[in-house]
Design a protein. Structure first.
Lengths: 358, 396
C-alpha cells in the first residue's frame, strides 16, 4: 500500500499548503505507523502503550518516539537479507551510535527526496560540484557515518566532483583553482559540513591569501554550529567571509539528522528553514511536551514521510527551535518554516553515575 | 528559598558560590593539623551545626541535622571505640555526587569525626541546598571557637581536569569517590600514592517491597508514600525506589494495582514538571520497546508505572533517568532480578511488611539495607555494605 508517495514526487517539493498537506501527511503517517507496527514489534509495543487514537486532521496527535532510542537499540522493519546499508552517527557524548538500517526502497526514496528538496536551490540539472571533504571519506560503501551519508546524498546533485581537501584535511588549493578555472562562469555547487567549511575552507583560504570570484556559486552546508559558537562566529559572519573568498555565492544551511536522511529542511534566502512536502515539524513544550504555537521556543519534533525500513518517521529530537510561520514565507515556498537554536542544554541523564561530567 | 530563614547572618540573602580549586588550598592543607578521633571540639562543632540544621524548613537539611544530633554522634563514638584499630588521622579527598545535595556533608562529617583533614570537591552542578550547607559550615569553621579545627577542612569545586585530579591524588591517604560506576571508573584510573586507598560508591538501585493486601485496603496511603519517597531527589538518589515489588497473591496484587491507578487518576498533587523530559520520554520508549506494559501514565510524564518482563529489567535500570518511572514486578520475579544484579541493590524499603517476611526469601541480602519505606533516604554510616567509620580510617 505504497499509495501516494510516488505521486508526491510529481509535485513541486514546496507546493502543498496546510489543508492538503495535513490530509496527505496524516494518511502517510497512518500508513507508516501500521507498517512499522507490523514489521518492528518493539515499535509496535511502544505505540500500543503511548498512543491515544490520533485525530485524522491533526498531525500533532500522531505518536512519536525519541530519536535517541536509535542509539540505545536497533529498531528495524526489515530482515537482514533486505538490508543494503547501515548508517551510523555519534551521540551527544560521543559514546553511543545511532544505527539506521536501510533497504533498497528506503535508500532510493531518501535519495530521490533529497534531490527534489534541493533542486529549487541548485538546479534541475546536476551541477559541477566542489566538496569540502577529503576524497577518502567514504571507504566502506556498506556502512558509513552521518557525514558520509550527507556527502553521498548531496553528491547526487552534482557532477565532476572535486574534493577540496587532502587526506590530512589541509586545503588542496590546486584542486580548488582547477575547479575555478573550469567553472567560474557557470552555476556551481559547493558542499560541506558547517564546521568543515569554516575551518578547513574559509579560514584556510584566508590564511593562504586565496580568493575566488565565482559568477554563480551555491554553497550548501549542514551540521552543528557549536564549535563556531565557541569561536564566536555568527551566521552573518560565516556568510560574509564566504562571499569574500568565493565571490557571488548563495549560502544555504540545511538541518537534518541521520535518523531521517533524505528529509532535510533547507534555508531560504530569508534565513528560514523550510519543510517540504516530504516532511514536517512540530514544536513541543520542554515541560509537558504539549504542542506550542508560532514563535514559542521548544523541542523540535520532526516527521518524515519516507522511512520504510526503520520506524524513524516521527521523532522527538534533542534540539530546540521555534516555528516562524506556515505557507506565508516571502520566498514563496509553502509549508511550515522554522528556526533551530541548537542542542538542548544538559541533554544527558543526570543520574548517580554522571558525576564525572559535573 | 525557605531554608534561608535559618541563616541568622546579615548577608544571608544569596548563598555564596563554591570556592574554585587553586594552590592556596594545598598550602592551607599543609599548615593545618590533625585531631583526635571523636574529640570534644569536633563533636561540639557538629552538634552546633546539627542544632541549626534540624530547624530548617528544607527537609534534606533537617534530616542531616537530625543525623548529626548528639545522641547519634555518641552512638558512633561508642561503636568506634569498640572497633579494634588505632586511627592515625590523615587526609581524605571526597568527590561528592551531583544527584543528592547533602551527601558531601555526610561524607565530610564522618571523616571529620575521625580527626582527618578533608578535601571535598563539590559538584559543578551544586544546587541551593549544597550552597546553604557550605555557607553554614564555613561560618562555623571561621568562628574563633573552631578556627583551628577548621583549617584542615577545605571545600572547593573545579571542572574535572586530569592535572587537578592528579595533584589531589598525591596528597590524600583516602579517596572517597561517590557518583556511580562511570565516575568511579574514570577517577580510580588516577593512581594514589603508595599506602593510600580508595573507597568506591558504585551505582546502586533501590526498590520498595510492598504488601498488596495493605495497598488494596488503603491505596491512598501507599500512593502518598510513593510520591513522597519515590519522587524525592527526582528519583535519582541511590536510595530512590525504582521498582515496586508486590508481595501477596495474584488477586490482591491485581486489585492493589487497580486501586493505585484509581487514586492516581483522581486529583492528586504531582510536581509541576520533570526537569529533563527528553530523557524521561526516552526511558519510557525504551521500556515499551523492551516489552513493558503501561500500568499508569501521567499525561505530563511526571509519573509512570510499567510492568516489565524479568529479562528486560536489568537493561531498564541502566537506562533509567529517575523522574518518576516505577518498574513493577512480583516478589518471585524479583528474586531473578536480584540474582542477576547481585550487590547492585542497595536499599529495600518495606511497606506493610516486616523484615522477617522478606529476609527468608532472598539470599545474600547482607549487602542490602532493609528499612521501612519512609526511612529509605535516611543516611547511616553503614552504607553500601561498608562501615564508613572503618573505611575512612587512615590506618584501616
Amino acid at each position: 500500500m505504497m499509495n501516494n508517495i510516488d505521486e508526491l514526487f510529481e509535485l513541486e517539493p514546496y507546493s502543498l499548503r496546510l489543508n492538503d498537506k495535513n490530509k496527505w501527511q496524516a494518511e502517510q503517517l497512518r500508513f507508516l505507523n501500521e507498517h512499522h507496527k507490523q514489521h518492528c514489534p518493539p515499535y509496535g509495543n511502544i505505540i500500543a502503550n503511548i498512543c491515544r487514537t490520533p485525530l485524522a486532521s491533526s498531525l500533532e496527535s500522531y505518536p512519536y518516539i525519541s530519536s535517541q532510542l536509535f542509539k540505545a537499540m536497533t529498531l528495524s522493519s526489515i530482515t537482514a537479507e533486505d538490508k543494503i546499508k547501515t548508517l551510523t552517527s555519534s551521540g551527544t557524548s560521543g559514546a553511543s551510535l545511532s544505527r539506521i538500517e536501510l533497504d533498497g526502497t528506503t535508500a532510493r526514496l531518501q535519495a530521490k527526496a533529497l534531490v527534489k528538496t534541493l533542486q529549487p536551490f541548485t538546479s534541475i540539472k546536476r551541477l559541477p560540484m566542489l566538496i569540502i571533504e577529503p576524497r577518502n571519506l567514504i571507504k566502506n560503501r556498506l556502512e558509513f557515518s552521518a557525514r558520509g551519508a550527507g556527502v553521498q546524498g548531496v553528491a547526487l546533485m552534482g557532477r565532476d566532483h572535486h574534493y577540496a581537501l587532502n587526506d590530512d584535511m589541509s586545503l588542496n588549493l590546486d584542486i580548488v583553482k582547477q575547479f575555478y578555472e573550469k567553472y567560474k562562469h557557470q552555476r556551481v555547487l559547493i558542499f560541506g559540513f558547517t564546521f568543515m567549511v569554516w575551518h578547513y575552507f574559509t579560514s584556510a583560504l584566508g590564511k593562504m591569501g586565496g580568493a575566488f570570484d565565482f559568477m554563480d556559486a551555491v554553497l550548501l552546508h549542514s551540521g552543528g554550529w557549536k564549535k563556531l559558537e565557541q569561536e564566536k562566529v555568527t551566521d552573518s559572519e560565516f556568510k560574509r567571509r564566504l562571499a569574500s573568498v568565493l565571490g557571488n555565492v548563495k549560502v544555504h544551511n540545511f538541518y537534518g539528522m541521520v535518523e531521517q536522511t533524505g528529509s532535510i529542511f533547507v534555508e531560504c534566502e530569508y534565513g528560514h528553514l523550510h519543510c517540504s512536502n516530504f516532511n514536517n515539524v512540530v514544536i513541543r513544550c520542554q515541560k509537558t511536551l504539549g504542542v506550542l504555537g508560532k514563535l514559542e521556543k521548544g523541542i523540535i519534533q520532526v516527521m518524515s514521510m519516507l522511512p520504510l525500513s526503520y520506524p524513524g518517521h516521527n521523532l522527538l529530537t534533542e534540539d530546540l527551535g521555534k516555528l516562524l510561520g506556515e505557507d506565508d514565507c516571502p520566498c514563496g515556498k509553502n509549508g511550515r518554516y522554522f528556526k533551530v537554536y541548537g542542542r538542548i542544554k544538559n541533554a544527558q541523564n543526570k543520574g548517580c553515575s554522571n558525576t564525572y561530567e559535573g | 528559598m525557605a531554608a534561608l530563614k535559618t541563616l541568622k547572618t546579615r548577608d544571608a540573602v544569596i548563598p555564596m558560590k563554591v570556592k574554585s580549586f587553586d594552590s592556596s588550598i594545598i598550602n592551607q592543607l599543609h599548615l593545618s593539623s590533625y585531631h583526635k578521633a571523636f574529640s570534644t571540639d569536633v563533636m561540639r562543632a557538629l552538634i552546633a551545626l546539627s542544632r541549626k540544621w534540624v530547624k530548617s524548613d528544607n527537609s534534606e537539611i533537617a534530616a542531616l541535622g537530625f543525623w548529626l544530633r548528639k545522641s547519634n554522634l555518641q552512638r558512633m563514638k561508642e561503636e568506634f571505640s569498640g572497633i579494634e584499630q588505632v586511627q592515625r588521622a590523615g587526609t581524605v579527598f571526597h568527590i561528592a555526587p551531583s544527584n543528592v545535595d547533602t551527601i558531601f556533608a555526610y561524607s565530610w562529617a564522618l571523616s571529620f569525626l575521625l580527626g582527618n583533614k578533608n578535601l571535598v570537591r563539590i559538584s559543578q552542578r551544586a544546587q541551593a541546598t549544597t550552597l546553604i550547607l557550605l555557607k553554614d559550615i564555613e561560618l562555623l569553621l571561621k568562628s574563633q571557637q573552631f578556627n583551628e579545627l577548621g583549617k584542615g577542612q577545605l571545600f572547593f569545586s573545579y571542572k574535572h581536569e586530569e592535572s587537578i585530579n592528579l595533584k589531589l591524588a598525591e596528597f590524600c591517604d583516602i579517596r572517597a569517590i561517590w557518583g556511580g560506576d562511570d565516575t568511579v571508573a574514570k577517577l580510580s584510573k588516577i593512581k594514589l600514592k603508595s599506602g593510600a586507598h580508595d573507597v568506591h560508591f558504585h551505582t546502586k538501585y533501590s526498590a520498595c517491597a510492598v504488601s498488596a493486601l495493605k495497598v488494596k485496603n488503603a491505596p491512598e496511603r501507599f500512593v502518598s508514600q510513593l510520591l513522597k519517597t519515590g519522587l524525592a531527589f527526582e528519583q535519582q538518589a541511590c536510595t530512590s525506589p525504582k521498582m515496586i515489588i508486590w508481595f501477596g497473591d495474584e488477586n490482591d496484587i491485581a486489585q492493589a494495582k487497580q486501586r493505585v491507578c484509581t487514586v492516581l487518576e483522581s486529583d492528586i498533587e504531582l510536581p509541576l514538571s520533570v526537569s529533563n523530559i527528553i530523557t524521561k520520554k526516552l526511558s519510557l520508549d525504551f521500556s515499551f520497546a523492551n516489552d513493558s506494559q503501561a500500568i499508569y501514565s501521567d499525561p505530563f510524564y511526571r509519573l509512570n508505572i510499567v510492568e516489565s518482563p524479568i529479562n528486560s529489567i536489568t537493561q531498564l535500570l541502566k537506562m533509567h533517568s529517575g523522574q518518576g518511572l516505577f518498574i513493577s514486578c512480583n516478589e518471585k520475579e524479583f528474586r531473578t532480578v536480584m540474582f542477576s544484579n547481585y550487590d547492585k541493590f542497595q536499599t529495600l524499603g518495606l511497606y506493610g511488611l516486616g523484615r522477617d517476611e522478606v529476609l527468608p526469601l532472598y539470599k545474600n541480602l547482607d549487602f542490602c539495607r532493609l528499612v521501612p519505606m519512609e526511612k529509605m533516604h535516611e543516611f547511616s554510616h553503614h552504607w553500601d555494605g561498608m562501615n564508613l567509620l572503618e573505611q575512612f580510617c587512615v590506618s584501616h
